[in-house]
Design a protein around this ligand. Sequence first.
Ligand code: HEC
Ligand code: HEC
Length: 355
Amino acid sequence: MTLFFQRIKHIVWFYPLLILTSCSNDDQYTSIPENSTYAFEIPSNFPSLKQDISNNYPTKYGVELGRKLFYDARLSKDNTISCAFCHEQSSAFTHHGHDFSHGINNLLGTRNAPSIQNMAFQSEYFYDGASNSIEMLSIVPIHNPVEMDETLPGIAEKLKQDSEYLQLFGKAFKNKQISSANILKALAQFMTIMISADSKYDKYVRNETGGTLNSQELVGLNLFQNNCASCHATDIFTDNSFRNNGLLPNPNLNDLGREIVTGFSNDRYKFKVPSLRNVALTAPYMHDGRFGSLQSVLNFYSNNVQNTQNLDPLLQKHPTLGIPLNQIEKEAIIAFLKTLTDQKFITNPEFYHKT
Ligand code: HEC
Ligand code: HEC
């Protein structure tokens, strides 16, 4: 296990440097006549972007290439596992029904696959924040020995044998290269346009047709704002921080969370506050997928928050630990959470690629 984390640390800090220093700026899209910027809008109820996408702004062919790569199993060592294998569109790009994702050779990982949506509005990725860059984050699953176990140069070599890719890289990047940097850039462009902002809740906030919340959902929204939104903040539903929400550490894993990346014991058991968009579709819940339903999550917050090292002060402000909620209130919060389901996002053909 320690070796594995050392490996991740190595990858996270050194590999990006190599790639950054080896890639010049001459792959700007603007000078390629047949390519054009990709039309996507920042929803009016969203906070500002957290990633600087100006050096890798999504383009028509960059996105097309990123989508193709996302669904391509050649990104793994034995050509069996694509990103989409663990991130399925129908469940908001999570690994539906799996507490831990199994990757290459059926090896089990140690964390639950989170959704991929609104990534450019988030500042850090993975439950421990192992990456803070939308362009670099794909290195982590690609190199992870239990996910894809590949290398970027290894992928580039495979793709160079494929005329369709030769053409697409040529149209997407000025230097036309099938390179590590361009693979990462294309995946980042695709993840940038994966925006979920068309749930009933969004329509309610933006005063659009179809945006009527019933009385139970409104009660739930109010309870959510008073008890949950301090951490699950803004219309992205995360404040981009790492916190300990009082889960009893899983004895089989002893996952230290954020401490793995920072080395600080005051980061022990802190995990990234996940977005709750499409949460009704993304069971099981928490970094280790320990809860199978939203009802169990709410029961946990009301009855089972544990006073472990670095428990968040927000969960210690009531006479008992956690958030006091009765059954009617829990049901109202769940009804509200279901209004975050975005049918358009999980069926949008722009995020789907026939393989
Ligand atoms: C074997 C299953 C598996 C594969 C394949 C996989 N992932 Fe993941 N993904 C996960 C798991 C598990 C996590 C959570 C890991 C963690 O937090 O340490 C994750 C986390 C992420 C996150 C972070 C989301 C967040 O909110 O912090 C992104 C983005 C992501 N993966 C994108 C990708 C991309 C792009 C690929 C392909 C290059 C890919 N994944 C391949 C299982 C997988
Ligand atoms: C102190 C900050 C904080 C508060 C307050 C808080 N949460 Fe969380 N929440 C977190 C963190 C951190 C996680 C991730 C924990 C983990 O995976 O180890 C999380 C995870 C979740 C998840 C699992 C999401 C997933 O995709 O696995 C749900 C659902 C959730 N919270 C709902 C709520 C609701 C509903 C409330 C209010 C009743 C609430 N939270 C209050 C910090 C908070």
